[in-house]
Design a protein around this ligand. Structure first.
Ligand SMILES: [Zn+2]
Ligand SMILES: [Zn+2]
Ligand SMILES: [Zn+2]
Ligand SMILES: [Zn+2]
Length: 361
């Protein structure tokens, strides 16, 4: 099966007026990114049709000039293909290795998301929220090396430690957790993880490692604390910088954090905040904070096999909560509730009925 591959080199984004005759110039609009060449790759329809797609269908593709086009997309293995119609001779090909997928819709009216790879940034829109979530889950699974073979991307995705990006602006100066520079513009525009609030520039997203909020004992890894009686204790999970205003250090009780740089730390579980210098003097075991009674600590959640069996040891005096949210219901509030519950609890306690369904819970 001979595949024809054409490579065309797009012009560098250099000084001088930007002239682009190609509707696929999909560099992001507001953010100044380092000039990079982008290789446009094409495949023939015949080549693509030789294997089964994991997902296919129509999506709307927005260009940097705010125009949009309907395109037919096919997802196969590590690659995403698109063309004017399903029978087109040539398809554009996007390699998904190292892909970041971010929801960019702010409500349930437009169902937009961005597919960001080291070489491309595609702005896409789906017909409805369910379709958008399915595309996002499939694209993330396709780009993830560890869970590439998992048949059900919905149920296992959160166990991979991947961040869940959405594009947003911030009311106060916010700093990238990867390169430590300020996010772009006066509104600090960038990507934020909806679970752990890790902040990144779009250009830095592909460098983030999968270190989102812990879900299981395995995800806590080497940070685990074993007390003298051999019991496993929960350590703090520290996130650096971007502390709320008037943050107070739990050790010295003085204000901490800064609007000038990425500085000091916040625990994702108990919400404690601490100076970098005071951190060694901080009590190591995490209290899990005000909602501790409802939280399943990741130290109590063991061995998740591919057969979806979970072993939960119930900590004394706790009454863990399982949360089921229909993200489509309640006048667009569902998605916000999902986000908030994942921030407050163990993300593995929170289930979206419209994507993974209640079975796993
Ligand atoms: Zn950055
Ligand atoms: Zn995260
Ligand atoms: Zn803590
Ligand atoms: Zn301190």
């Amino acid at each position: 099966m001979a595949a024809i591959r054409l490579y065309t080199q797009k012009k560098f984004r250099g000084p001088g007026p930007e002239k682009s005759t190609n509707e696929d110039s999909s560099e992001s609009e507001t953010e100044l990114e380092p000039a990079k060449s982008f290789v446009r790759k094409l495949s023939t329809n015949k080549d693509i049709k030789s294997s089964v797609s994991t997902r296919e269908g129509w999506l709307v593709k927005t260009t940097s000039f705010q125009r949009w086009h309907r395109r037919y997309f096919r997802l196969k293995g590590h690659k995403l293909y698109y063309a004017k119609d399903p029978n087109a001779e040539l398809y554009d090909e996007v390699e998904l290795c190292g892909v970041t997928v971010a929801e960019t819709s702010t409500n349930n009216i437009n169902h937009e998301f961005q597919v960001i790879t080291p070489f491309r940034c595609l702005s896409l829109g789906a017909e409805n929220r369910k379709e958008m979530e399915e595309w996002i889950a499939s694209l993330r699974a396709a780009g993830s090396r560890i869970f590439f073979e998992a048949n059900d991307p919905h149920s296992l995705e959160f166990l991979s430690g991947q961040h869940h990006w959405y594009a947003t602006s911030h009311a106060r100066p916010t700093y990238c957790n990867i390169c430590r520079d300020a996010l772009s513009g006066v509104t600090s525009h960038g990507l934020s993880c909806e679970v752990c609030k890790f902040k990144v520039h779009k250009r830095c997203a592909s460098k983030a490692i999968n270190n989102c909020k812990w879900t299981t004992l395995a995800s806590v890894g080497k940070d685990i604390i074993e007390d003298d009686d051999g019991n496993l204790q929960m350590p703090h999970q520290w996130m650096e910088g971007n502390l709320p205003v008037s943050a107070k250090c739990i050790v010295c009780d003085k204000t901490c954090g800064s609007v000038l740089r990425l500085q000091d730390w916040r625990c994702l579980w108990c919400k404690a905040m601490v100076h970098t210098a005071c951190r060694p003097n901080c009590f190591r075991i995490c209290s899990l904070g005000p909602s501790r009674i409802s939280v399943v600590p990741p130290t109590a959640l063991h061995s998740i096999g591919m057969d979806e069996t979970w072993e939960v040891s119930r900590p004394l005096g706790s009454s863990p909560l399982l949360v089921f949210v229909n993200s489509k219901s309640g006048d667009n509030q569902g998605a916000k509730f999902l986000r908030r519950f994942k921030q407050l609890l163990n993300p593995a306690q929170v289930f979206d009925l419209t994507s993974s369904g209640p079975a796993l819970g």
